[in-house]
Design a protein around this ligand. Structure first.
Ligand SMILES: [Zn+2]
Length: 99
């Protein structure tokens, strides 16, 4: 039972990371930014620390605002993270033959 829970949490986490990466790539390619540069706030250009880039968790803990300038962060990336996490969770459930 523990192995199944760990597997499903892993599926959800991998999906959130993939969604975050996909969202970031789409945003940067559309705005002609480098895809290998560090993430930074669009308003104050402050580089975002690695612990502020945890998918879903960081947005929730920061309440959708930049830690440095308190500007509202668009929730587009959060939506991608949640949708991709749910998709991979569904795939995980299918692999376990739960669905
Ligand atoms: Zn900022």
């Amino acid at each position: 039972m523990v192995n199944i829970v760990v597997f499903l949490v892993w599926c959800f986490t991998i999906g959130a990371v993939l969604g975050s990466t996909y969202s970031t790539l789409v945003y940067r390619l559309h705005t002609h930014q480098s895809v290998i540069s560090r993430s930074k706030c669009d308003n104050c250009n402050h580089v975002i620390a690695f612990y502020e880039l945890v998918p879903i968790v960081s947005y929730t803990l920061l309440r959708g605002r930049c830690r440095y300038c308190n500007t509202t962060i668009e929730n587009t990336t959060l939506k991608y993270e949640i949708v991709c996490a749910c998709i991979t969770l569904g795939i995980g459930l299918i692999c376990l033959r739960v669905l």
